[in-house]
Design a protein around this ligand. Structure first.
Ligand SMILES: Cc1cc2nc3c(=O)[nH]c(=O)nc-3n(C[C@H](O)[C@H](O)[C@H](O)COP(=O)(O)OP(=O)(O)OC[C@H]3O[C@@H](n4cnc5c(N)ncnc54)[C@H](O)[C@@H]3O)c2cc1C
Length: 430
Protein backbone atom coordinates (compact mmCIF):
# COMPACT_ATOMS: atom_id res chain seq x y z
CA UNK A 1 0.00 0.00 0.00
CA UNK A 2 1.46 3.38 -0.96
CA UNK A 3 2.22 5.70 1.89
CA UNK A 4 1.18 9.33 1.54
CA UNK A 5 2.12 12.22 3.77
CA UNK A 6 0.15 15.41 3.63
CA UNK A 7 2.33 18.27 4.86
CA UNK A 8 -0.02 20.78 6.53
CA UNK A 9 -3.79 20.56 6.91
CA UNK A 10 -4.45 22.80 3.91
CA UNK A 11 -7.77 22.34 2.12
CA UNK A 12 -6.39 20.69 -1.02
CA UNK A 13 -4.26 18.30 1.01
CA UNK A 14 -7.22 17.28 3.15
CA UNK A 15 -9.31 16.70 0.01
CA UNK A 16 -6.66 14.47 -1.56
CA UNK A 17 -6.19 12.80 1.83
CA UNK A 18 -9.79 11.66 2.26
CA UNK A 19 -10.14 10.56 -1.37
CA UNK A 20 -6.91 8.54 -1.23
CA UNK A 21 -7.52 7.05 2.22
CA UNK A 22 -11.03 6.12 1.05
CA UNK A 23 -9.37 4.13 -1.74
CA UNK A 24 -7.04 2.26 0.59
CA UNK A 25 -3.93 4.45 0.70
CA UNK A 26 -2.10 4.92 3.98
CA UNK A 27 -2.42 8.67 4.57
CA UNK A 28 -1.07 10.80 7.43
CA UNK A 29 -1.54 14.56 7.79
CA UNK A 30 1.21 16.36 9.70
CA UNK A 31 0.08 19.77 10.90
CA UNK A 32 2.03 22.41 12.84
CA UNK A 33 -0.92 23.80 14.78
CA UNK A 34 -2.93 22.15 17.50
CA UNK A 35 -6.34 20.92 16.34
CA UNK A 36 -8.10 23.64 18.38
CA UNK A 37 -6.01 26.41 16.76
CA UNK A 38 -6.59 25.39 13.16
CA UNK A 39 -8.09 27.73 10.55
CA UNK A 40 -8.83 31.43 10.29
CA UNK A 41 -11.25 32.93 12.79
CA UNK A 42 -13.72 34.46 10.32
CA UNK A 43 -15.96 33.66 7.31
CA UNK A 44 -14.74 33.51 3.72
CA UNK A 45 -16.34 33.21 0.35
CA UNK A 46 -16.78 29.70 -1.07
CA UNK A 47 -18.51 28.28 -4.10
CA UNK A 48 -20.84 25.58 -2.82
CA UNK A 49 -21.03 23.30 -5.91
CA UNK A 50 -17.38 22.28 -5.51
CA UNK A 51 -18.10 21.04 -1.99
CA UNK A 52 -21.22 19.22 -3.19
CA UNK A 53 -19.30 17.60 -6.04
CA UNK A 54 -16.98 16.08 -3.45
CA UNK A 55 -19.90 14.84 -1.35
CA UNK A 56 -19.37 17.51 1.33
CA UNK A 57 -22.28 19.47 2.82
CA UNK A 58 -21.24 22.97 3.81
CA UNK A 59 -24.60 24.71 4.25
CA UNK A 60 -25.31 24.76 8.00
CA UNK A 61 -26.99 28.17 8.51
CA UNK A 62 -25.28 28.47 11.90
CA UNK A 63 -21.92 28.79 10.11
CA UNK A 64 -22.80 29.94 6.61
CA UNK A 65 -24.05 33.40 5.63
CA UNK A 66 -25.31 34.80 2.33
CA UNK A 67 -22.90 36.51 -0.02
CA UNK A 68 -23.69 40.03 -1.23
CA UNK A 69 -22.57 42.03 -4.23
CA UNK A 70 -19.45 44.15 -3.95
CA UNK A 71 -19.42 47.94 -4.25
CA UNK A 72 -16.09 49.33 -5.46
CA UNK A 73 -14.73 52.75 -4.48
CA UNK A 74 -11.90 54.64 -6.17
CA UNK A 75 -8.96 56.04 -4.16
CA UNK A 76 -10.39 59.60 -4.02
CA UNK A 77 -13.79 58.13 -3.05
CA UNK A 78 -15.47 60.19 -5.77
CA UNK A 79 -16.91 57.32 -7.80
CA UNK A 80 -18.38 53.97 -6.84
CA UNK A 81 -20.31 51.23 -8.50
CA UNK A 82 -21.89 47.98 -7.41
CA UNK A 83 -21.36 44.86 -9.43
CA UNK A 84 -24.72 43.15 -9.69
CA UNK A 85 -24.33 41.27 -12.94
CA UNK A 86 -22.41 38.32 -11.54
CA UNK A 87 -24.19 35.17 -10.42
CA UNK A 88 -23.73 34.88 -6.67
CA UNK A 89 -26.45 32.31 -6.05
CA UNK A 90 -23.93 29.57 -5.25
CA UNK A 91 -21.53 31.74 -3.27
CA UNK A 92 -21.61 31.79 0.54
CA UNK A 93 -19.59 33.30 3.35
CA UNK A 94 -18.62 30.23 5.37
CA UNK A 95 -16.94 29.99 8.74
CA UNK A 96 -13.37 28.84 8.05
CA UNK A 97 -13.19 26.57 11.10
CA UNK A 98 -16.49 24.97 10.15
CA UNK A 99 -15.10 24.19 6.67
CA UNK A 100 -12.01 22.58 8.18
CA UNK A 101 -14.21 20.60 10.59
CA UNK A 102 -16.10 19.20 7.59
CA UNK A 103 -12.91 18.21 5.77
CA UNK A 104 -11.24 16.73 8.85
CA UNK A 105 -14.37 14.74 9.82
CA UNK A 106 -14.49 13.32 6.33
CA UNK A 107 -10.77 12.46 6.49
CA UNK A 108 -11.19 10.67 9.80
CA UNK A 109 -14.15 8.67 8.48
CA UNK A 110 -11.97 7.57 5.56
CA UNK A 111 -9.11 6.48 7.83
CA UNK A 112 -6.68 9.41 7.51
CA UNK A 113 -4.31 9.68 10.48
CA UNK A 114 -3.47 13.08 11.97
CA UNK A 115 -0.44 14.36 13.83
CA UNK A 116 -1.27 17.83 15.15
CA UNK A 117 1.26 20.15 16.76
CA UNK A 118 4.14 18.79 14.64
CA UNK A 119 6.02 21.49 12.75
CA UNK A 120 7.65 20.26 9.57
CA UNK A 121 11.12 21.71 9.06
CA UNK A 122 11.82 20.48 5.53
CA UNK A 123 11.74 17.80 2.86
CA UNK A 124 13.79 14.61 2.99
CA UNK A 125 15.43 14.37 -0.42
CA UNK A 126 17.15 11.14 -1.50
CA UNK A 127 17.98 9.59 -4.87
CA UNK A 128 16.59 12.51 -6.84
CA UNK A 129 13.19 12.48 -5.16
CA UNK A 130 11.27 13.61 -2.11
CA UNK A 131 11.29 10.68 0.28
CA UNK A 132 9.40 12.30 3.14
CA UNK A 133 9.49 15.23 5.53
CA UNK A 134 11.16 15.90 8.84
CA UNK A 135 10.32 17.79 11.99
CA UNK A 136 12.99 18.85 14.47
CA UNK A 137 12.59 15.49 16.20
CA UNK A 138 11.48 12.91 13.65
CA UNK A 139 11.55 11.75 10.04
CA UNK A 140 8.38 10.73 8.22
CA UNK A 141 8.92 8.68 5.07
CA UNK A 142 6.44 8.29 2.23
CA UNK A 143 6.00 7.45 -1.47
CA UNK A 144 4.40 10.85 -1.97
CA UNK A 145 4.45 14.11 -0.04
CA UNK A 146 1.45 16.31 -0.74
CA UNK A 147 2.49 19.85 0.05
CA UNK A 148 -0.51 21.60 1.60
CA UNK A 149 1.48 23.77 4.00
CA UNK A 150 0.49 27.12 2.51
CA UNK A 151 2.40 30.05 1.09
CA UNK A 152 5.48 29.62 3.33
CA UNK A 153 5.69 25.87 2.95
CA UNK A 154 8.95 24.56 4.42
CA UNK A 155 8.74 21.57 2.07
CA UNK A 156 8.73 23.68 -1.11
CA UNK A 157 11.42 25.95 0.31
CA UNK A 158 13.83 23.06 0.95
CA UNK A 159 13.51 21.29 -2.40
CA UNK A 160 16.77 20.99 -4.33
CA UNK A 161 17.39 23.13 -7.39
CA UNK A 162 17.31 20.04 -9.61
CA UNK A 163 13.59 19.67 -8.85
CA UNK A 164 13.00 22.78 -11.01
CA UNK A 165 10.46 24.00 -8.47
CA UNK A 166 10.37 27.67 -7.54
CA UNK A 167 11.17 27.79 -3.84
CA UNK A 168 10.20 31.36 -3.01
CA UNK A 169 7.01 33.23 -3.85
CA UNK A 170 8.23 36.66 -4.86
CA UNK A 171 7.23 39.58 -2.64
CA UNK A 172 5.44 41.40 -5.45
CA UNK A 173 3.13 38.38 -5.86
CA UNK A 174 1.80 38.58 -2.32
CA UNK A 175 -0.90 40.64 -0.64
CA UNK A 176 -0.54 41.14 3.13
CA UNK A 177 -3.86 41.18 4.93
CA UNK A 178 -5.15 42.24 8.32
CA UNK A 179 -8.62 40.91 9.09
CA UNK A 180 -10.83 41.43 12.13
CA UNK A 181 -14.48 41.45 13.16
CA UNK A 182 -15.31 44.52 15.24
CA UNK A 183 -18.42 45.04 17.29
CA UNK A 184 -21.28 46.70 15.46
CA UNK A 185 -22.03 49.52 17.90
CA UNK A 186 -25.55 50.22 16.68
CA UNK A 187 -26.46 46.68 15.60
CA UNK A 188 -27.29 48.11 12.21
CA UNK A 189 -28.66 45.47 9.85
CA UNK A 190 -26.46 44.40 6.96
CA UNK A 191 -26.71 46.59 3.87
CA UNK A 192 -26.81 44.51 0.73
CA UNK A 193 -23.26 45.26 -0.25
CA UNK A 194 -19.67 44.72 0.63
CA UNK A 195 -17.56 47.81 0.18
CA UNK A 196 -14.13 47.57 -1.38
CA UNK A 197 -11.76 50.53 -1.43
CA UNK A 198 -8.74 50.73 -3.72
CA UNK A 199 -5.67 52.60 -2.46
CA UNK A 200 -7.56 53.24 0.74
CA UNK A 201 -5.78 56.02 2.68
CA UNK A 202 -3.14 56.14 -0.04
CA UNK A 203 -1.85 52.65 0.65
CA UNK A 204 -1.28 50.43 -2.40
CA UNK A 205 -3.80 47.63 -2.00
CA UNK A 206 -7.48 47.08 -1.39
CA UNK A 207 -9.47 47.15 1.83
CA UNK A 208 -12.99 46.06 2.55
CA UNK A 209 -15.67 46.66 5.11
CA UNK A 210 -18.76 44.48 5.41
CA UNK A 211 -21.50 45.29 7.88
CA UNK A 212 -23.34 42.41 9.47
CA UNK A 213 -25.94 42.82 12.20
CA UNK A 214 -23.63 41.56 14.95
CA UNK A 215 -20.23 42.64 13.69
CA UNK A 216 -18.30 44.69 11.17
CA UNK A 217 -15.85 42.71 9.05
CA UNK A 218 -12.75 44.71 8.12
CA UNK A 219 -9.98 43.57 5.81
CA UNK A 220 -6.92 45.71 5.14
CA UNK A 221 -5.01 44.38 2.12
CA UNK A 222 -1.60 45.77 1.26
CA UNK A 223 0.76 45.13 -1.66
CA UNK A 224 3.64 46.09 0.64
CA UNK A 225 4.35 44.44 4.00
CA UNK A 226 1.62 45.66 6.31
CA UNK A 227 2.43 47.91 9.29
CA UNK A 228 0.46 49.10 12.33
CA UNK A 229 0.30 52.54 10.71
CA UNK A 230 -1.36 51.15 7.58
CA UNK A 231 -3.90 49.22 9.67
CA UNK A 232 -4.61 52.15 12.00
CA UNK A 233 -5.16 54.67 9.20
CA UNK A 234 -7.56 52.29 7.41
CA UNK A 235 -9.53 51.65 10.60
CA UNK A 236 -9.70 55.35 11.40
CA UNK A 237 -11.09 56.14 7.98
CA UNK A 238 -13.62 53.30 8.11
CA UNK A 239 -14.80 54.48 11.54
CA UNK A 240 -15.22 57.97 10.07
CA UNK A 241 -17.37 56.67 7.18
CA UNK A 242 -19.12 53.83 9.03
CA UNK A 243 -19.63 55.19 12.53
CA UNK A 244 -21.13 51.91 13.78
CA UNK A 245 -17.66 50.27 13.57
CA UNK A 246 -16.63 49.66 17.16
CA UNK A 247 -13.20 49.34 18.79
CA UNK A 248 -13.67 45.93 20.33
CA UNK A 249 -12.36 42.99 18.28
CA UNK A 250 -14.75 40.04 18.33
CA UNK A 251 -12.84 37.65 16.04
CA UNK A 252 -9.64 37.53 14.00
CA UNK A 253 -7.23 40.42 14.33
CA UNK A 254 -4.33 38.66 12.62
CA UNK A 255 -2.04 39.39 9.68
CA UNK A 256 -1.69 36.78 6.91
CA UNK A 257 -0.38 36.59 3.36
CA UNK A 258 -2.29 35.60 0.22
CA UNK A 259 -0.50 34.68 -3.03
CA UNK A 260 -1.76 36.87 -5.87
CA UNK A 261 0.31 35.70 -8.82
CA UNK A 262 -0.40 32.83 -11.16
CA UNK A 263 0.50 29.32 -10.02
CA UNK A 264 4.24 28.57 -9.83
CA UNK A 265 5.24 26.96 -13.14
CA UNK A 266 5.98 23.50 -11.82
CA UNK A 267 4.34 22.01 -8.78
CA UNK A 268 5.19 18.31 -9.14
CA UNK A 269 8.44 16.39 -8.84
CA UNK A 270 9.46 12.84 -8.02
CA UNK A 271 7.50 11.98 -4.87
CA UNK A 272 6.13 15.53 -4.52
CA UNK A 273 2.97 17.40 -5.46
CA UNK A 274 1.86 20.82 -4.18
CA UNK A 275 -1.74 22.03 -3.81
CA UNK A 276 -3.36 25.33 -2.86
CA UNK A 277 -1.40 28.29 -1.53
CA UNK A 278 1.85 26.32 -1.38
CA UNK A 279 2.00 26.65 -5.17
CA UNK A 280 0.05 29.91 -5.43
CA UNK A 281 -3.25 28.63 -6.80
CA UNK A 282 -5.44 31.28 -5.13
CA UNK A 283 -6.98 34.17 -7.00
CA UNK A 284 -7.66 36.83 -4.39
CA UNK A 285 -11.12 38.29 -3.94
CA UNK A 286 -12.69 35.68 -6.16
CA UNK A 287 -13.43 33.18 -3.42
CA UNK A 288 -11.21 30.82 -5.33
CA UNK A 289 -8.40 29.94 -2.89
CA UNK A 290 -10.37 27.29 -1.07
CA UNK A 291 -12.22 26.02 -4.14
CA UNK A 292 -9.07 25.88 -6.24
CA UNK A 293 -7.38 23.88 -3.50
CA UNK A 294 -10.33 21.46 -3.36
CA UNK A 295 -10.31 21.04 -7.13
CA UNK A 296 -6.56 20.46 -7.16
CA UNK A 297 -6.77 17.94 -4.32
CA UNK A 298 -9.38 15.89 -6.15
CA UNK A 299 -7.43 15.92 -9.43
CA UNK A 300 -4.27 14.92 -7.58
CA UNK A 301 -6.03 12.01 -5.85
CA UNK A 302 -7.37 10.80 -9.20
CA UNK A 303 -3.90 11.01 -10.76
CA UNK A 304 -2.34 9.05 -7.91
CA UNK A 305 -5.02 6.36 -8.16
CA UNK A 306 -4.61 6.11 -11.93
CA UNK A 307 -0.86 5.65 -11.45
CA UNK A 308 -1.60 2.31 -9.76
CA UNK A 309 1.55 0.44 -8.75
CA UNK A 310 3.84 2.65 -10.82
CA UNK A 311 6.26 5.09 -9.22
CA UNK A 312 4.93 8.52 -8.28
CA UNK A 313 7.51 10.14 -10.51
CA UNK A 314 7.42 13.61 -12.02
CA UNK A 315 6.33 12.03 -15.32
CA UNK A 316 3.32 10.36 -13.70
CA UNK A 317 2.43 13.27 -11.42
CA UNK A 318 2.64 15.74 -14.32
CA UNK A 319 -0.81 14.53 -15.34
CA UNK A 320 -2.15 16.21 -12.20
CA UNK A 321 -0.53 19.53 -13.10
CA UNK A 322 -1.69 19.22 -16.70
CA UNK A 323 -5.31 18.46 -15.77
CA UNK A 324 -5.38 21.17 -13.11
CA UNK A 325 -4.05 23.86 -15.45
CA UNK A 326 -6.38 22.78 -18.24
CA UNK A 327 -9.36 22.91 -15.92
CA UNK A 328 -8.59 26.23 -14.25
CA UNK A 329 -6.04 27.95 -16.44
CA UNK A 330 -8.23 29.00 -19.33
CA UNK A 331 -9.21 32.36 -17.83
CA UNK A 332 -6.83 32.66 -14.94
CA UNK A 333 -3.82 33.78 -17.02
CA UNK A 334 -5.68 36.73 -18.52
CA UNK A 335 -7.19 37.61 -15.14
CA UNK A 336 -3.71 37.57 -13.60
CA UNK A 337 -2.43 39.88 -16.38
CA UNK A 338 -5.22 42.39 -15.77
CA UNK A 339 -4.79 42.13 -12.00
CA UNK A 340 -1.06 42.78 -12.35
CA UNK A 341 -1.71 45.81 -14.56
CA UNK A 342 -4.29 47.27 -12.19
CA UNK A 343 -2.15 46.71 -9.12
CA UNK A 344 0.65 48.70 -10.79
CA UNK A 345 -1.52 51.81 -11.32
CA UNK A 346 -1.12 54.95 -9.23
CA UNK A 347 -4.10 56.22 -7.19
CA UNK A 348 -4.53 59.08 -9.67
CA UNK A 349 -4.64 56.64 -12.57
CA UNK A 350 -7.25 54.53 -10.81
CA UNK A 351 -9.34 57.64 -10.09
CA UNK A 352 -9.17 58.45 -13.78
CA UNK A 353 -10.21 54.92 -14.72
CA UNK A 354 -13.20 55.05 -12.36
CA UNK A 355 -14.31 58.59 -13.11
CA UNK A 356 -14.12 58.11 -16.89
CA UNK A 357 -15.75 54.70 -16.66
CA UNK A 358 -12.78 52.90 -18.17
CA UNK A 359 -13.01 50.50 -15.28
CA UNK A 360 -16.61 49.50 -14.74
CA UNK A 361 -18.89 46.78 -13.52
CA UNK A 362 -18.21 44.97 -16.77
CA UNK A 363 -14.48 44.60 -16.13
CA UNK A 364 -14.86 43.80 -12.46
CA UNK A 365 -17.63 41.38 -13.39
CA UNK A 366 -17.26 38.57 -10.95
CA UNK A 367 -15.87 39.76 -7.69
CA UNK A 368 -12.96 41.68 -9.11
CA UNK A 369 -10.99 38.82 -10.50
CA UNK A 370 -12.87 36.95 -13.12
CA UNK A 371 -12.81 39.83 -15.53
CA UNK A 372 -15.24 39.48 -18.37
CA UNK A 373 -12.84 40.53 -21.11
CA UNK A 374 -9.34 41.76 -20.26
CA UNK A 375 -8.49 42.30 -23.94
CA UNK A 376 -11.51 44.52 -24.45
CA UNK A 377 -10.58 46.48 -21.34
CA UNK A 378 -7.03 47.14 -22.55
CA UNK A 379 -8.25 48.19 -25.99
CA UNK A 380 -10.76 50.57 -24.44
CA UNK A 381 -8.14 51.94 -22.06
CA UNK A 382 -5.64 52.44 -24.88
CA UNK A 383 -8.18 54.22 -27.07
CA UNK A 384 -9.50 56.65 -24.44
CA UNK A 385 -6.52 57.23 -22.26
CA UNK A 386 -4.86 60.63 -22.66
CA UNK A 387 -2.08 59.50 -20.33
CA UNK A 388 0.32 58.13 -22.88
CA UNK A 389 2.82 57.09 -20.24
CA UNK A 390 0.47 54.18 -19.47
CA UNK A 391 0.50 53.01 -23.06
CA UNK A 392 3.71 50.93 -22.78
CA UNK A 393 2.14 49.03 -19.86
CA UNK A 394 -1.06 48.49 -21.82
CA UNK A 395 0.90 47.30 -24.84
CA UNK A 396 2.89 44.89 -22.66
CA UNK A 397 -0.34 43.56 -21.16
CA UNK A 398 -1.89 43.06 -24.63
CA UNK A 399 1.21 41.15 -25.73
CA UNK A 400 0.99 39.04 -22.62
CA UNK A 401 -2.63 38.23 -23.40
CA UNK A 402 -1.51 36.94 -26.78
CA UNK A 403 1.25 34.92 -25.11
CA UNK A 404 -1.37 33.46 -22.75
CA UNK A 405 -3.00 31.79 -25.76
CA UNK A 406 0.34 30.23 -26.74
CA UNK A 407 0.94 29.12 -23.14
CA UNK A 408 -2.40 27.32 -23.11
CA UNK A 409 -1.76 25.45 -26.31
CA UNK A 410 1.90 24.62 -25.58
CA UNK A 411 1.25 22.95 -22.23
CA UNK A 412 2.65 19.44 -22.77
CA UNK A 413 0.26 16.59 -22.04
CA UNK A 414 3.14 14.23 -21.30
CA UNK A 415 6.12 15.40 -19.25
CA UNK A 416 9.51 15.60 -20.92
CA UNK A 417 12.29 18.00 -19.99
CA UNK A 418 12.36 19.56 -23.44
CA UNK A 419 8.62 20.02 -23.81
CA UNK A 420 8.46 21.46 -20.29
CA UNK A 421 11.43 23.79 -20.92
CA UNK A 422 9.72 25.17 -24.04
CA UNK A 423 6.45 25.74 -22.19
CA UNK A 424 8.28 27.30 -19.22
CA UNK A 425 9.90 29.86 -21.51
CA UNK A 426 6.46 31.00 -22.64
CA UNK A 427 4.96 30.83 -19.15
CA UNK A 428 7.71 33.06 -17.78
CA UNK A 429 6.82 35.72 -20.33
CA UNK A 430 3.35 36.13 -18.81
C1 LIG B 1 -7.81 37.50 4.93
C2 LIG B 1 -7.98 36.38 3.95
C3 LIG B 1 -9.13 36.30 3.21
C4 LIG B 1 -9.32 35.26 2.32
N1 LIG B 1 -10.50 35.16 1.64
C5 LIG B 1 -10.74 34.07 0.90
C6 LIG B 1 -12.03 33.86 0.34
O1 LIG B 1 -12.95 34.65 0.50
N2 LIG B 1 -12.22 32.71 -0.37
C7 LIG B 1 -11.23 31.82 -0.56
O2 LIG B 1 -11.46 30.81 -1.23
N3 LIG B 1 -10.00 32.01 -0.07
C8 LIG B 1 -9.74 33.10 0.67
N4 LIG B 1 -8.50 33.28 1.21
C9 LIG B 1 -7.40 32.40 0.77
C10 LIG B 1 -7.45 31.08 1.46
O3 LIG B 1 -7.20 31.24 2.85
C11 LIG B 1 -6.43 30.11 0.87
O4 LIG B 1 -6.29 30.27 -0.51
C12 LIG B 1 -6.91 28.72 1.16
O5 LIG B 1 -6.88 28.51 2.56
C13 LIG B 1 -6.04 27.65 0.51
O6 LIG B 1 -4.83 27.57 1.18
P1 LIG B 1 -4.28 26.16 1.61
O7 LIG B 1 -5.40 25.34 2.14
O8 LIG B 1 -3.46 25.65 0.52
O9 LIG B 1 -3.29 26.57 2.79
P2 LIG B 1 -3.57 27.15 4.20
O10 LIG B 1 -4.99 27.47 4.42
O11 LIG B 1 -2.55 28.23 4.40
O12 LIG B 1 -3.19 25.95 5.16
C14 LIG B 1 -1.86 25.53 5.35
C15 LIG B 1 -1.77 24.66 6.58
O13 LIG B 1 -0.42 24.20 6.70
C16 LIG B 1 0.00 24.36 8.02
N5 LIG B 1 1.44 24.54 8.06
C17 LIG B 1 2.17 25.61 7.67
N6 LIG B 1 3.47 25.42 7.91
C18 LIG B 1 3.58 24.18 8.44
C19 LIG B 1 4.68 23.42 8.90
N7 LIG B 1 5.92 23.91 8.91
N8 LIG B 1 4.45 22.16 9.37
C20 LIG B 1 3.20 21.65 9.38
N9 LIG B 1 2.11 22.36 8.99
C21 LIG B 1 2.31 23.60 8.52
C22 LIG B 1 -0.74 25.60 8.50
O14 LIG B 1 -0.80 25.63 9.93
C23 LIG B 1 -2.09 25.41 7.86
O15 LIG B 1 -2.97 24.65 8.65
C24 LIG B 1 -8.28 34.31 2.12
C25 LIG B 1 -7.11 34.39 2.86
C26 LIG B 1 -6.95 35.42 3.78
C27 LIG B 1 -5.67 35.49 4.58
Amino acid sequence: MKKIICAGAGHGGLTAAFLLAGSGYDVTVIEAKKRSELGHDWHDCVWLPEFERLGLRADDPGYVMPFFHYTYHNPAQTAAFTVTSNDISNLRMADRRYLLDILIDKCKKCGVKFEFGKKITGAIVEDNRVAGVHTAKKEYRADLVIDAAGIDSPVRKTLPEISGIQREISQDKIIWTYRAYFENKFNKPAPESQNIYFFHCGNPGMDWIITERDFVDVLVGSFVPITDEIIDSALEDFRRIYSHTGERILRGGTVNKIPIGKAIPKFVWNGYAAVGDSCSMAEPMSGSGINRALTAGSILAETVMNTGDEDLSVENLWRYEYDYLKKTGENSYSDAILREFLSGLSPEDLDYFFEHRLLTEKELGSGGVSFSSPAEFFQKAAAFLPKSRLLPGITRALLKLRTAEAVKSALPREYSQNAYAYWLKLYNRL
